[in-house]
Design a protein around this ligand. Structure first.
Ligand code: SAM
Length: 289
């Protein structure tokens, strides 16, 4: 190992594209004798792919306390351990936090490796402002609880980031529109780093129709990003101006440029919004497509 004392390494793994493993992550996996994995059947082939012959031990949400004791025993014996989840960064909407807490409390080093995380990847390509953002992860499965949770978030002036599975995407998007209203920007980042990667920006009020226009759009894994409360107010003013300009028949590029000049909203955001309107919105009572 590069460091002297044994450590628990928190190692992100790809969220789809096997190329998204850092050199350091591969090096660590090749050096540690043990890997604690959310699903050993899933991580086994991954270790093989990266040339690691580390031994696997299970560390999932149902055995985290026992797994922590096993990890501590290995560290006590001078052996380092890498912690893996099925995809992305362990402990981010994944098991790992309790195990890390126990290891830290036992006085051992916990070393985080930067790497793949669906939320951060989606945020970086969303075009939504992120000097501040709130990562929420998965919303409650039941509609009433989900909407209560969303009401608690609705006044926050930060970009909100959610995880969602394909079988709940429609109901979650319905809840987002019901609680936040139709005028906020929603970015749906689907199947990131995979063959059918799609990043779609538009207004919340149009999201359900966009998803149902083609069943393929509901497939795969999603990160949903919603503009924050203040941002939404800006959006609705710039959205109104854009709609007027597009409704007058201006081409997308020119309408975006003028909307930027008139409202001060970001040119790129105006362009994305104009494209979304041209595909899905009814502009000034006129269906564009
Ligand atoms: N720890 C992981 C991370 O760092 O991103 C997240 C694990 S969580 C159990 C799985 C959720 O992450 C999925 O339901 C989806 O919301 C999101 N996700 C994972 N991979 C994704 C991808 N390739 N594209 C979009 N979202 C993804």
């Amino acid at each position: 190992m590069t460091e002297e004392s044994p450590a628990l390494y928190v190692v992100p793994t790809p969220i789809g594209n096997l190329g998204d493993m850092t050199l350091r992550a591969i090096e660590i996996l090749r050096q540690v004798p043990w890997v604690a994995a959310e699903d050993t059947r899933h991580s086994g082939p991954l270790l093989k792919h990266y040339g690691s012959d580390a031994r696997l031990m299970p560390a999932h949400e149902h055995n985290e306390e026992a797994a922590a004791q096993q990890v501590i025993a290995r560290l006590d014996g001078g052996e380092s351990v890498a912690l893996l989840s099925d995809a992305g960064t362990p402990a981010i909407s994944d098991p790992g936090a309790r195990l890390v807490a126990r290891v830290r409390a036992a006085g051992f080093r916990v070393v985080p490796l930067p790497g793949a995380c669906a939320a951060i990847s989606a945020l970086s390509a969303s075009g939504l402002p992120a000097p501040h953002f709130l990562f929420y992860g998965f919303l409650p499965a039941r509609t009433a609880q989900r909407e209560t949770t969303l009401r608690g978030l609705s006044a926050l002036p930060y970009t909100l980031v959610f995880y969602e599975a394909p079988h709940r995407i429609l109901e979650t998007v319905e809840s987002l529109a019901a609680v936040f209203g139709p005028d906020r920007t929603l970015v749906m980042a689907r199947e990131l780093t995979k063959l059918f990667e799609t990043i779609h920006s538009g207004l919340l009020g149009n999201a359900y129709d966009w998803l149902t226009a083609d069943a393929n759009r509901q497939r795969g894994e999603f990160v949903l990003l919603v503009s924050g409360a203040q941002e939404a107010a800006d959006d609705s003013e710039s959205a109104r101006v854009l709609k007027l300009l597009l409704g007058e028949g201006l081409p997308v590029k020119q309408a975006a440029k003028l909307a930027h000049a008139i409202t001060g909203a970001k040119k790129n955001a105006m362009y994305e919004m104009a494209l979304a309107f041209m595909q899905h919105a009814d502009v000034s009572g006129r269906q564009i497509i």
